[in-house]
Ligand binder design. Structure first.
Ligand code: IVH
Length: 677
């Protein structure tokens, strides 16, 4: 037999060692990140990684996509491309009380006629749904839920999550299994991240779920890797060459192959035990390092599940039990008012810090003058604070029994807290406003922050801290001034060095070329948020066309009502606002969109149509797409502006609405004819 050449022998030896190292590293990662029970020190672990990396550097042919060293890599071009789910990702029906849960239990019993099901009780993780496809045991695709049928590819980002194995720990993997779960941001790490973001003058995330979603939606996987995201597995979709007799079996298998399964899950024999589980977790939900907003109760047995089946959107064999909103009491230290970007002045409560709904709250809105007086909360009161899910915390009312003797009824201040201008409240309106549009510091900084925000011009790095500093330097009156700030002026900002100046300059320059809707959304026109801005941008294509349009012409745009139309037209009648547009134009900001490419004839151009009932040959989706391609706007509700309604079999109330408004009703054949088919 021919002797192997020395290089070949070296390669073969390296291959063996690389495999051994990968197994070791994966094993220790699992011990550390999933079991929370490491067997080796961090230094020993780092040494294994270093050795593996050195061997892979020397023999690049040994690098495989699932090697632990490849967790962070350049994001492939595929990032965020659409990924059709092999099986749809359904949603869950909700129960908001124990009675509703019992009613579900009764429906399950009826559906099973005699069989007594056992249940698996899980916590409902408040994270980002994610589907992991393993082919022959190797993680090949990770996708978001999307609309349940098609998600977005986030494989490169998910590969950076250390608690997710890239290879299942089994010698006998199924050819395909699509494992589903929630990616979450651990609460403690989340609060730390928010402190860091706030200190850096950047916007903090509203809650851990947003933090997780934002961290997964990064184009640069290194940023995802820097966030300590984790995942809990709770179900599966498509599976080939593997079946499970029960959900418990699936969870046990998942745990065995190294997938992260939450330790809080319990199997219960009846609804009574389910209720015990729910009551326990409702009380202790904040003892966990991940946010939950309820529990999910699932029939365990796979055969019984099949008998119960699913509706088009949710399985009948499972239900989400939502925890009720949380309430705490806190001392109300004072009632202050704040002037927002539109001049609206909002009273808010300053509280002794109180932890409610998983977060520490120090402020809570009181909405407006009438609302505050109606609740009659006073400085020195003990008040009830409520927070439901990620909703803005609110003050329910005072605890009268605890009211100190010398409290006084609150009065709305007469002057703007920021600039001292006399406030005005117009007839029929609930809000007081500061009329000083360009000379009020609070309005300027809030407007700038909004203009630079993700829902508008998206200027990264231009947060409150920088905004306030620029304002204090006298450089900003309106957002257009941001384009005139020089590098030398930026250098005077606290903590700004060459790199941060470069970054902010790049972000400001990039914002000059944003789609038109972003500019419209940033202009601070009342009622014009990102959605209305998009509708206006696609209807008018240029700022000049919109500025030149009358209220009636704007009102004629589908989805735009008379009140919004009047506000927009009035905004463009104001010479100060027109001057702002000219300033933006002079700064080189793009004030128009490209017209959409002409894709052929558009027989339904400008028509608004509504579909109702089942069509014979087309699915609802196909009909919608064909009509949109032909230039129609497909609306979900009938109004006088609807051009015609396409009614199929068993049409719903939209058909009656069409009759009521005298809107033309046609059948599918006629729709196809109008589409030129
Ligand atoms: S089971 C067919 N289990 O909640 C249902 N979902 O509101 C499959 N979720 O879409 C989901 N915790 O993204 C399941 N323990 C849990 C869950 C859970 C959170 C999410 C999931 C689902 C959504 C429904």
């Amino acid at each position: 037999m021919k002797e192997a050449k020395p290089e070949e022998r070296k390669l073969a030896e390296a291959e063996l060692r690389v495999e051994e190292l990968r197994e070791l590293v994966n094993h220790h990662m699992y011990r550390y990140h999933v079991l929370d029970d490491p067997e080796v020190s961090d230094a020993e672990y780092d040494e294994l990684i270093r050795e593996l990396r050195a061997l892979e550097d020397e023999f690049p042919e040994l690098i495989t996509p699932d090697s632990p060293t490849q967790r962070v890599g350049a994001a492939p071009a595929e990032l965020f491309r659409p990924v059709p789910h092999r099986a749809p990702m359904l949603s869950l029906d909700n129960a908001f009380s124990e009675d509703e849960l019992r009613a579900w239990g009764a429906r399950v019993d009826r559906g099973l006629a005699g069989a007594t099901p056992a249940f698996v009780c899980e916590l409902k993780i408040d994270g980002v749904a994610c589907a992991l496809t393993y082919e022959d045991g190797v993680l090949t695709v990770a996708a978001t839920r999307g609309d349940g049928r098609v998600g977005e590819d986030i494989t490169a980002n998910v590969r950076t999550l250390r608690s997710i194995p890239r290879r299942l720990d089994t010698d006998d993997p199924p050819s395909v299994i699509e494992v589903r779960g929630e990616v979450y941001f651990p609460v403690k790490a989340f609060e730390e991240l928010n402190v860091r973001l706030t200190e850096a003058g950047e916007r903090p995330f509203a809650n851990p779920r947003n933090g997780a979603a934002g961290s997964l939606r990064q184009k640069d996987a290194k940023i995802t890797a820097s966030r300590p995201l984790r995942m809990w597995v709770h179900s599966f979709g498509a599976a080939e060459d593997i079946t499970f007799d029960s959900h418990s079996d699936f969870l046990a298998w998942s745990e065995k192959v190294g997938l992260p399964v939450p330790p809080t899950t319990r199997r219960t024999k009846n609804l009574k035990e389910v209720l015990t589980f729910l009551r326990r977790w409702e009380k202790t939900r904040h003892s966990l390092d991940w946010e939950i907003d309820g529990a999910v109760i699932k029939v365990d047995d796979a055969k019984l599940r099949r008998r119960l089946g699913s509706t088009s959107h949710a399985p009948r064999w499972a239900i989400a039990y939502k925890f009720p909103p949380e309430e705490r009491t806190a001392l109300l230290k004072s009632i202050e008012v704040h002037t927002g970007r539109t001049g609206k002045v909002t009273p808010f409560a300053v509280l002794e810090p109180v932890f409610v709904g998983g977060v520490t709250i120090t402020n809570a809105t009181l909405h407006n003058e009438d609302e505050t007086r109606r609740k009659d909360v006073r400085k020195g009161d003990t008040v009830i604070v409520r927070r439901a899910g990620d909703v803005i915390p609110e003050i329910v009312g005072p605890v009268i029994a605890k009211r100190p003797k010398s409290t006084r009824r609150w009065k709305m201040p007469k002057k703007c807290p920021s600039c001292g201008t006399e406030l005005v409240r117009r007839e029929g309106e609930a809000d007081w406003r500061c009329p000083n549009k360009t000379g009020c510091p609070d309005q300027s900084v809030e407007w700038l922050f909004h203009f630079a925000g993700r829902g508008a011009m998206d200027i990264e790095g231009l947060g409150y801290k920088t905004g306030i500093a620029l304002l204090n330097m006298g450089l900003i009156k309106d957002p257009a001034d941001i384009y005139g700030v020089t590098d030398e002026q930026m250098a005077e900002l606290d903590g700004f060095a060459t790199k941060s100046i470069e970054n902010l300059r790049r972000a400001i320059d990039a914002s000059k070329d944003r789609p038109l809707w972003r500019l419209l959304a940033g202009l601070n026109i009342r009622h014009v948020g990102s959605h209305v801005a998009q509708v206006l941008a696609s209807a008018f294509l240029t700022v000049d066309a919109l500025a030149g349009a009358s209220a009636d012409e704007i009102d004629a745009v589908p989805e735009i009502g008379p009140e919004v139309a009047a506000t927009v037209a009035a905004w463009f009648d104001d010479p100060d606002n027109l001057a702002l547009i000219e300033k933006l134009r002079a700064a080189g900001v793009r004030l128009e969109d490209e017209p959409p490419p002409d894709e052929g004839p558009k027989p339904l151009e400008g028509k608004t149509i509504v579909l109702t009932g089942g069509l014979d040959t087309l699915s609802r989706d196909e009909a919608t797409k064909l009509a949109q391609r032909a230039g129609a706007r497909v609306s979900s509700s009938v109004s006088k502006k609807t051009d015609f309604v396409v009614a199929g079999e068993n049409p719903g109330s939209k058909h009656d609405q069409a009759v009521k408004f005298g809107v033309e009703i046609v059948d599918e054949q006629e729709l196809l004819r109008r589409l030129g088919r």
